[in-house]
Design a binder for this molecule. Structure first.
Ligand SMILES: [Zn+2]
Length: 207
């Protein structure tokens, strides 16, 4: 008898999930409701796995500046031989200054000794769940200050190098939105770029 009650309760719970999900789907666009993160419909859709989280929470409006003068990308975001490439690579001369793409604060300073992939790099927190990651600096700035220090848009935060997993001097730029790496090109001002090395992928994929 107890077993039956439990089974009935589970079935009811299961049904109510779907009935409510249906109501939510009829009431309005679930993605629209996810603009409010406390939305019941949005959270239900997430729990039921209707959409991946990164699709439900639309990327906030971002206005980023290019961190360097780029004419070519040596790699775009997307799957490649050594796993998923989580950003874009801009080949540049060693020592080229790298600027912060938007105002924020230093979240983490990455050291080549402890990160053989990124090498010397930095993570900037821009608030609203947005972070930018810069990798392969030749060296760290001596005047960076500590984590938490505020940085201005356009401020130099490093110099292009080839530390970490790198075959030549370049800047790796990653944009993380709510914990998921997105395509930086979605927010950077449009520029005429040689993307022939990204030949297998639309450079604007994942926007
Ligand atoms: Zn890269």
């Amino acid at each position: 008898m107890i077993f039956m009650k439990k089974t009935a309760a589970v079935i009811l719970l299961f049904l109510s999930f779907f009935i409510n999900a249906d109501v939510c789907a009829f009431v309005g666009d679930i993605k629209e409701s996810c603009k409010n993160r406390d939305s019941y419909c949005c959270n239900l859709a997430l729990k039921l796995g209707f959409y991946p989280q990164e699709q439900l929470f639309p990327a906030p409006e971002l206005s980023l500046e290019w961190p360097v003068y780029a004419t070519k990308l040596s790699s775009c975001i997307g799957p490649r031989r050594l796993g998923f490439h989580q950003g874009i690579d801009v080949p540049l001369k060693e020592g080229t200054e790298v600027a912060v793409v938007a105002k924020g604060s230093i979240k983490r300073i990455i050291h080549a000794e402890s990160d053989p992939i990124c090498g010397n790099g930095i993570v900037i927190d821009h608030g609203k769940g947005i972070e930018t990651v810069y990798c392969h600096f030749v060296k760290h700035r001596f005047d960076w200050g500590s984590e938490g220090r505020e940085v201005r848009k356009g401020e130099t935060i490093g110099y292009v190098g080839s530390t970490g997993r790198s075959t030549g001097p370049h800047l790796h730029l990653g944009v993380k939105v709510n914990g998921v790496f997105k395509n930086p090109l979605c927010w950077l001002p449009k520029r005429s770029l040689d993307t022939s090395d990204c030949r297998y992928w639309d450079p604007y994929i994942y926007c």
